[in-house]
Design a protein around this ligand. Structure first.
Ligand code: ATP
Ligand code: MG
Length: 417
């Protein structure tokens, strides 16, 4: 779903310069799209060995909390955008005063930085959110615990990722302890949310440009394991009638109301009655959108670059009826087989697997890369065998790359299971 662009060219003599704060895999993959535009992504990385710093020569070494580093990255850049949402607001306010063009703008980004502010703002605009409360004292926790009949998730308002900063306490005393520790030892703002009995987790992936053009990718389903995104697939199979449209409309509405620019991922819970609740927002390319690299006409990385530069947005139609992305998550014990040899085996078994590795060292649970598998063009997501086959291939491939082990017992020499 793409809306028309009001044609308003911005001719400059050279191709524009994009700077991204953060040197992780999202910046690394954004760099690939920037190269296609005839440019080089500038990256603020903490270390020359970071994922994105390995692939671009235009690096500013420094922290995202160091104004000097961000100022240096902004010099001569047409736009400064983000690989993560942890850049302090006061730093951005000072640089906006100096004329730096952040996209998304800090006023929008705050809702991806602070889960409590996000919940309040979404509630105001009438977007569906789970019951929540700002928790300051033992009494607050006790009251919220009672209101939610003990179905409570505790979160830090800021700084969480991959399940860090999210707890599911079993008792009130445990909940109080988590909140107390968060406030007193880590100076965190803590919030409680109703523990939602969701059926599946969905992502509404959309993009919006400063001039207001919007585009929504087909709806994505994601699966988290131990708080980390493990698998994402699109279009989400088995959705009840009307849900896909609601998901896309909700994403576009939030992007519009918050004036988000670039890619917005709205993480959603689908409930048993087919209603939706917003979990959280990310204003950058998102793990659940990696499938678009191979499964869509325009990847989320290219779209993010187009959007923050206020170019017309790209086509978001599917290239395959079904695509599954599985993350390569570092195995509990690093295999002795090299990554190179694992890649050989992978491609021998799955010639259609698209491997995206991030150049990171292996560590248990670390996101090292991902595999995208697109289904055959003549398949259909209404065919459960087809869905299962593509899904299994992606999971087998990703697990193989992480652990050098075929989970289905496949023998590379005989081809038997
Ligand atoms: N209110 C809730 N009810 C039920 N499950 C929840 C709730 N909030 C979070 N979860 C589960 O915990 C996971 C992580 O929560 P959340 O997305 O808020 O954390 P995060 O660490 O910031 O995630 P990310 O890695 O996406 O930034 C969710 O994907 C979901 O599976
Ligand atoms: Mg999340």
């Amino acid at each position: 779903m793409t809306f028309p662009h009001k044609y308003s060219p911005r001719p400059t003599k050279t191709m524009p310069k994009v700077a991204m704060i953060g040197g992780g895999q999202l910046a690394r993959m954004t760099a690939q799209s920037v190269i296609e535009l005839g440019q080089t992504l500038r990256v603020v990385a903490t270390d020359p060995e970071e994922s994105a710093a390995q692939v671009t020569p235009d690096i500013v070494i420094g922290s995202h909390t160091d104004i000097e580093a961000v100022r240096k990255a902004a010099e001569g850049a047409d736009v400064v955008t983000f690989d993560h949402e942890h850049v302090p607001q006061d730093l951005m306010a000072e640089l906006v005063g100096e004329g730096v063009n952040f996209q998304p703008q800090p006023e929008a980004l705050i809702y991806a930085q602070d889960k409590l502010k996000m919940r309040k703002r979404l509630q105001e605009m009438g977007a569906p959110v789970p019951p929540f409360a700002h928790l300051r004292t033992d009494e607050d926790v006790a009251q919220f615990w009672e209101e939610q009949s003990g179905e409570v998730i505790i979160k830090t308002a800021r700084g969480g990722y991959d399940g860090h900063g999210v707890w599911a306490p079993k008792t009130l005393a445990e909940a109080q302890e988590i909140v107390r520790t968060g406030i007193t030892e880590h100076e965190m703002t803590m919030l409680g949310e109703c523990k939602v009995p969701w059926v599946v987790e969905l992502s509404s992936l959309v993009a919006r440009s400063p001039e207001g053009q919007g585009a929504a990718w087909p709806v994505t389903r994601s699966i988290q394991r131990d708080g980390i995104c493990a698998v994402a697939m699109a279009p989400a199979p088995d959705l009840p009638a009307g849900v896909a449209e609601n998901v896309q409309e909700l994403g576009l509405k939030i992007a519009r109301e918050l004036e988000v620019t670039g890619v917005l991922a709205v993480e959603l819970f689908l409930l048993p009655d087919n209603s939706l609740l917003v979990n959280e927002l990310a204003m950058r390319p998102h793990n659940t959108g990696h499938w678009t690299q191979d499964g869509c006409a325009t990847s989320q990385f290219e779209q993010h670059v187009r959007a923050v530069l206020d170019y017309p947005l790209g086509d978001v139609s599917l290239k395959a009826p079904f695509t599954v992305m599985a993350n390569v998550l570092g195995a509990p014990e690093t295999p002795t087989m090299s990554m190179d040899e694992r890649a050989h085996h992978l491609f021998a078994r799955f010639p259609n697997a698209k491997l995206h590795m991030y150049g990171k060292g292996e560590r248990p649970g670390r996101k090292l890369g991902h595999v995208n598998v697109c289904g055959d063009p003549d398949g259909s997501i209404d065919d459960p065998h087809y869905v299962k086959e593509v899904w299994q291939a992606a999971e087998l491939a990703a697990h193989w790359m992480a652990a050098a082990e075929w989970q289905d017992g496949w023998n590379p020499h005989t081809g038997d299971k």
